[in-house]
Design a protein around this ligand. Structure first.
Ligand code: ADP
Ligand code: MG
Ligand code: MG
Length: 941
């Protein structure tokens, strides 16, 4: 590459559209505004490539970059009629970082660069305002000292405060020119003391150091952490923007402000923002003075307001999206200092997309792509009532703003340890778990808390990751939070909070409040724009969107959210209910012995019917018949089965009834049976205590039997043990009971004129024979029930594909199945050989942090491994059985990236949790739009 020719520096007017990669977001915006003849102060941009070259050479500017910078500076001098370092009419500049994507963690802006002992006099002369000049100089030393020279900001603040105190003054604005001159001298000595060098007086040296500081900040820790979290590549680099200063603090015909082309909170179409007369931009941000609403500018500065409105409209139609603009007015003249796509709440994002499509500014397809599906999730999470929150802010109850680590809002009592949080929550108290940081020992507290609030840790901290997984709000890394665990108190910015005091956290914004704030649970039918957007999504998507629901409440919710079927109804949850668990225990305790006795009897009966009955056989048969008839276990087993039959008929009737006309996939009992029994260790303690204290003998006998049973059932590796269809094959009476319940429920509904569509799903099939056997079993029951009731049911039988062997032999399994559903939770566990419960808390998060795995494969489907098995399975399965219907019911069914993959491998539907149904509807539409844009065509397989 010819380095001399390489262009490292662009004047604003030299930039053009689509140069964001090279010029960064801020630079590209300034260049585009210049090109459109909007009022932008003169300036130039040093490219992101220069930043990368600087990094590669370990801190040296690339050749000719500096020469080009000097040339650009000269051009600025011409345009402004000022001179950089000129004693009579000095040019001052701001130095601003600006990567391609807006990134907190990058260097702060340095204003007023170019000031020194000499130029400060020039500014005083030109402005006719000595105080202004000195104030600008002290601000510059302060900013440069903090940002470029890394001197702690509070050492400067201390000097300021001391001066005010000495002179009995309240605010910065009370400082006179003389005070400011004193402060400047003290600042200069501070710099000398801290750096061992004089404050750089040469403006070019100032510029050189500032540019290096911007470049260096690209690889600062905060910036790297941020990029890791948001998966932003590390080789983008940041640009440096050098902009001629304009002054909003030159009197009452000057000022600074921020404006949004639409309200970023609601999406309403009004110019929204804040304006501070006689102030520099930093004053607006610093919050030392309360800015006025931008609407007030209409009366105080009507001409500038009109110009601003016009510019806002032009920018919005140019960028075809809502913009966030920074501007300054210097002595009546308006300057634009930044424009970028406005950050917005979920609500605003959806409203703006829908409005813009209705206004014809963008197409419906674009509107669909403008909204991040996960934002919909946030919109449907509990949030603080707007009025109540404003009230809380007004009453000074906003304690601090930490990192918005997991969205949603919650109020509760502040509790400082997990055990106490759990205990109180179990008594029905709402808890916010407040910790310095969390680790796996705190998870039980997090599970029971309404929200989590920590002092340390970023967006990938344990607290953040776990809270997001649990769908609970979390504010993390609130540095102001100091917890004293010994005395059970914490302080935040001077407020003391005792354990048990009520606090509120907003995980979507990071705000933490004292006291409780009313929360609202959004109701989807009331979200007008959301429903319009989802309607458009439904027109475009190819995938069906179903939901996982285990009970009538969840089923109804799924339907309300737009689910077209139930993709997974897990029956085991029905066994856990309090009034049923004793029956379940009875069933389990009796199952093995009862099944053994009955099977022996059956064998004898078959033998007896086949051969000429010998008297020995006959005798054996009678003996066995008596054994069965007299067996307590057989009695208990069938009694509990009968109970469950009744329970389950009711359960299925409700769910199938709600979903009338729509498919409901019911999965047969799946988990290992020990899950329904007490924990071995706990029971052991119980029994031992009973023995030692000579407790109730009949209770002791019962508990001892249970203990023995549990002992026998103990497995080294229960997730790979007796569960899934293995259980149903071993204890076929359970399978038959479940089938009878499903078919009976369906018959009863049909007689009531409804249209139940049950589909029975066999879990954990590894070998085609397993499905063949269970299917046969199910069909016998179906036939019997239909005959008894004289009703025809439209049912289907299929299987879950959740083991690699099943995926690889899908062609052998498919002839026995009418549908497949990918159980990607187990499929991910068995493909990786990772037990999720053990891994997520121990090493999986580390793996993700260290980049060993790109994502947590339990959240985002692993396309290369698990995905390949799925694709194989789809291809093999459809070849063997063209009518096979295929969906996914793992948690991935609600994750946008995984949904895209499911679209691409041509599944028929995805099934997610009910709350994720709207997310999935949008994500499924986006998957189609992306595949069209990529020119992919998956639809005709
Ligand atoms: P951020 O990326 O944090 O928004 P900016 O680089 O936009 O930082 O700078 C912050 C603020 O500094 C701007 O909003 C503006 O008010 C002020 N500022 C930056 N450059 C100038 C300038 N050349 N003249 C006047 N004010 C400026
Ligand atoms: Mg800015
Ligand atoms: Mg499973």
């Amino acid at each position: 590459m010819n380095l001399k020719k390489q262009k490292w520096v662009y004047l604003f007017q030299e930039g053009s559209r689509n140069m964001r990669d090279l010029l960064g977001g801020k630079g590209a915006g300034l260049a585009e505004m210049s090109a459109a003849n909007l009022p932008v102060p003169p300036g130039f941009i040093i490219t992101t490539e220069a930043c990368n070259a600087y990094d590669e050479s370990k801190g040296k500017f690339p050749s000719y970059m500096w020469d080009q910078t000097i040339n650009a500076l000269k051009q600025m001098e011409v345009e402004t009629g000022k001179g950089f370092g000129d004693s009579s009419n000095p040019l001052l500049v701001s130095v601003r970082s600006g990567a391609k994507v807006s990134m907190p963690g990058m260097m702060d802006t340095v204003l007023n660069l170019g000031l020194n002992e000499i130029t400060v006099e020039g500014i005083a002369f030109i402005s006719g305002n000595r105080r202004f000049a000195q104030d600008s100089y002290r601000r510059f030393i302060q900013m440069f000292g903090r940002i470029v020279l890394n001197i702690p900001g509070d050492t400067f603040e201390q000097i300021l405060d001391d001066c005010k105190q000495r002179n009995g003054l309240w605010s910065d604005t009370d400082l006179t020119t003389v005070h400011l001159e004193e402060i400047v001298q003290e600042f200069l000595s501070l710099v000398k003391e801290r750096t061992g060098k004089d404050f750089p007086q040469d403006p070019l040296e100032q510029l050189d150091l500032a540019i290096k500081a911007v470049f260096g900040s690209w690889n600062g820790k905060r910036a790297i952490d941020y990029r890791n979290f948001y998966k932003i590549p590390h080789d983008l680099g940041t640009a440096v923007n050098v902009v001629a200063m304009v002054f909003g603090n030159m009197g009452n015909d000057s000022g600074s402000g921020v404006a949004f082309t639409r309200d970023p909170a609601t999406g309403n179409q009004i110019l929204y923002g804040e304006f501070l007369p006689n102030a520099q931009g930093e004053d607006v941000v610093a919050g030392t003075r309360t800015p006025a609403s931008i609407a007030e500018m209409a009366s105080s500065m009507p001409n500038q307001y009109r110009e601003l409105v016009e510019i806002a409209n032009r920018l919005e139609s140019h960028y075809r999206d809502a913009q966030d603009m920074e501007f300054t007015i210097e002595r009546g003249k308006l300057y634009m200092l930044q424009t970028r796509v406005a950050q917005r709440t979920a609500q605003a994002s959806i409203k703006i997309a829908v409005d813009m499509a209705n206004e014809g500014l963008i197409s419906k397809e674009e509107a669909l792509q403008r909204v991040d599906p996960l934002q919909i999730n946030n919109l449907l999470l509990p949030r603080f009532d707007d009025v109540a929150k404003k009230e809380a802010i007004k009453s000074n109850n906003l304690l601090t703003i930490g990192l918005n680590a997991s969205p949603g809002a919650a109020s509760g009592k502040a509790i400082f340890d997990a055990n106490r949080a759990e205990a109180l929550a179990l008594q029905g108290t709402d808890i916010i778990l407040v910790r310095p940081e969390t680790n796996p020992d705190d998870v039980h507290g997090m599970l029971h808390a309404k929200g989590v609030f920590t002092a340390r840790g970023g967006a990938t901290s344990h607290a953040a990751v776990v809270a997001r997984g649990l769908g609970k709000p979390c504010v993390a890394g609130a540095e102001a939070l100091k917890i004293d665990l010994r005395i059970r108190k914490c302080t935040i910015e001077g407020h003391t909070i005792n354990e048990g005091d009520e606090i509120s956290i907003d995980g979507s914004t990071g705000e933490v409040f004292l006291g409780a704030i009313d929360t609202i649970e959004p109701i989807i039918s009331k979200e007008k724009e959301l429903n319009i957007l989802l309607g458009w999504a439904d027109e475009i998507r190819r995938l069906g969107v179903w939901a996982n629901a285990d009970d009538p409440v969840a089923t109804q919710r799924a339907l309300d959210f737009g689910a077209e079927g139930i993709g997974l109804c897990r029956t085991e949850h029905m066994f856990f209910e309090e009034d049923r668990l004793p029956w379940m225990r009875q069933l389990i305790l009796a199952a093995s012995e009862a099944t053994r006795l009955e099977e022996e009897l059956q064998k004898l009966q078959i033998d007896a019917s086949n051969t000429n009955q010998s008297s020995i056989l006959k005798e054996q048969l009678t003996k066995q018949e008596n054994k069965v008839a007299g067996s307590e276990d057989v009695k208990n087993f069938h009694e509990s089965l009968r109970r469950f039959l009744q329970f389950q008929i009711q359960d299925f009737k409700e769910i199938l009834g709600i979903m009338t006309g729509k498919p409901v996939i019911i999965r047969l009992l799946d988990p290992p049976l020990h899950e329904f029994l007490p924990k071995y260790e706990e029971l052991l303690v119980d029994v031992t205590t009973l023995r030692l204290t000579g407790g109730d003998p009949s209770l002791l006998a019962k508990q001892e039997k249970l203990l023995k049973m549990i002992e026998e059932m103990r497995e080294q590796n229960p997730m790979l043990g007796l569960r899934g269809c293995r259980l149903g094959i071993l204890y076929s009476a359970i399978t038959q009971m479940q089938a009878r319940a499903i078919f009976t429920a369906a018959c009863e509904l049909i007689k009531e004129g409804r249209d139940p569509q049950p589909k029975i799903m066999v879990p954990l099939v590894a070998h085609a024979n397993e499905l063949r056997i269970v299917r046969h079993e199910l069909e016998l029951v179906a036939q019997a029930v239909q005959e008894e009731q004289n009703v025809t049911i439209h049912y289907k039988i299929g299987t879950m594909i959740e083991l690699p062997r099943a995926a690889l032999t899908a062609d052998e399994i498919a002839p026995h199945a009418q549908f497949f559903s990918f159980g990607t939770n187990d499929l991910t566990q068995t493909t990786f050989g990772i037990s999720r419960d053990d891994a997520e808390e121990k090493f999986l998060l580390k793996y993700v942090e260290q980049g060993i795995l790109p994502e947590n494969p339990f959240q985002v489907l692993d396309r290369a491994g698990v995905g390949k098995l799925m694709k194989t399975s789809v291809d093999l399965g459809r070849k063997a059985n063209p009518g096979l219907e295929i969906g996914i019911c793992g948690e991935h069914g609600g994750d946008p990236s995984s949904i895209e993959f499911c679209n691409n491998i041509n599944l028929d539907y995805v099934s997610s949790s009910p709350f994720r149904v709207p997310v999935a509807r949008l994500a499924a539409a986006q998957a189609v739009l992306t595949s069209h844009q990529l020119g992919l065509d998956f639809t005709d397989v």
